[in-house]
Design a protein around this ligand. Structure first.
Ligand SMILES: Cc1cc2nc3c(=O)[nH]c(=O)nc-3n(C[C@H](O)[C@H](O)[C@H](O)COP(=O)(O)OP(=O)(O)OC[C@H]3O[C@@H](n4cnc5c(N)ncnc54)[C@H](O)[C@@H]3O)c2cc1C
Length: 313
């Protein structure tokens, strides 16, 4: 450490993290900062274009209210979240998310994200809130928009810098410190405002798995709890943190997503036999959550059909 260079960066808004939250903040922040003569800096521990929990792509957007089209009201969504979390939710925050989510989805589509639509041009839903996408390049598309917005405003996205903790000025966050994961450099960021957007925390509880299985998790293991540490170290109030999601695990699979889950949802003829096998092997309580797929015009499998396997066979 003796020969490490110390780099000091002064900015107005420091965005720590480079996932979906940070990319969104960068697009919005760059626009308003440029207008008001302020500076925005994004710092990511990885490569921005493919970093974060969406790095590998997603198959759906979990929340789309469809407010303007009259699909749901904002109150419907708040009620759903409150019920789902057994009353442990801040209605005002959930309402705020519901108010903005449709606009964000429309931006994703404008930036090039393919969203499935039916013959009437409506987004294809799975369940009441989720819409389906061809999302292999989801993060790349959103990161590109963020990069363009930052570049246009003359701001920097710094990659491969690991933020360790906040720099405090009394009880106020005045910046952050971290180190380069590629060079012998220690970083001091001085900022007027800081967004801690470094993702969730995996392995909060020790799983039963041992050896190689210990490292496997549904959420990316590189979501190592930096946001939680940063906010706790800053003495910030943390809210809506009471609910922990602990995915079901069974051999070689960590629900609710991934290859096994997609197999259960599969609609192509090729996997029909395997799906039928899975169906017969699945306990009755698990089966009742399965619903037959609905065809869509733009989905890659829409030209194929699959009948729901008969229980009698
Ligand atoms: C397998 C899987 C499937 C999913 N499927 C869906 C789906 O179908 N639909 C859906 O809507 N959602 C889905 N999600 C959830 C969605 O991906 C997340 O909610 C979302 O990506 C969270 O965004 P984020 O910006 O908060 O965090 P992340 O995307 O995790 O971003 C965290 C960022 O912070 C950076 N970082 C972390 N620590 C540091 C540090 N110390 N210093 C600097 N940078 C740091 C990381 O490099 C990363 O860029 C899925 C998630 C997973 C894991």
């Amino acid at each position: 450490m003796a020969n490490w260079e110390t780099v000091e960066v002064t900015t107005d808004l420091l965005i720590c993290g480079g996932g979906m939250a940070a990319a969104g903040a960068a697009v919005e922040g760059a626009y308003w900062a440029k207008k008001n003569g302020l500076k925005v800096t994004v710092v990511d521990k990885a490569a921005f274009a493919r970093s974060g929990a969406v790095a590998m792509g997603l198959s759906a957007i979990n929340e789309y209210v469809g407010y303007a089209k009259g699909d749901n009201t904002l109150e419907d969504y708040v009620r759903y979240v409150r019920n789902d979390l057994m009353g442990i939710a801040r209605d005002d925050l959930v309402y705020n998310i519901a108010r903005h989510v449709d606009g964000s989805v429309h931006l994703f589509e404008k930036w090039g994200l393919p969203i499935w639509t039916d013959e009437n041009g409506k987004y294809v839903r799975e369940g009441r809130w989720q819409i389906m996408i061809n999302g292999e390049s989801y993060k790349v598309i959103v990161a590109e928009a963020a990069k363009n917005a930052m570049e246009k405003a003359g701001f920097e996205i710094l990659e491969r810098i690991f933020i360790v903790g906040p720099i405090m000025d009394g009880d106020r966050v005045a910046g952050a410190y971290g180190f380069s994961t590629r060079e012998d450099k220690f970083y001091i960021f001085k900022a007027k405002a800081v967004c801690a957007m470094m993702g969730g925390a995996v392995h909060v509880f020790r799983p039963r798995s041992i050896g190689e299985g210990l490292g496997r998790s549904w959420y990316p293991p590189f979501n190592s709890g930096s946001t939680a540490y940063f906010t706790i170290a800053a003495g910030a109030e943390m809210t809506n943190q009471e609910v922990r999601f602990i995915p079901v695990r069974f051999k070689d699979a960590y629900g609710p997503v991934g290859a096994w889950f997609l197999l259960f949802k599969s609609r192509s003829r090729q996997t029909c036999v395997t799906t039928w096998a899975c169906w017969t092997l699945t306990p009755a309580w698990a089966r009742c959550t399965w619903s037959p797929p609905r065809p869509s015009r733009t989905s890659p499998t829409s030209t194929r059909t699959m009948r729901r396997p008969s229980k009698r066979r």
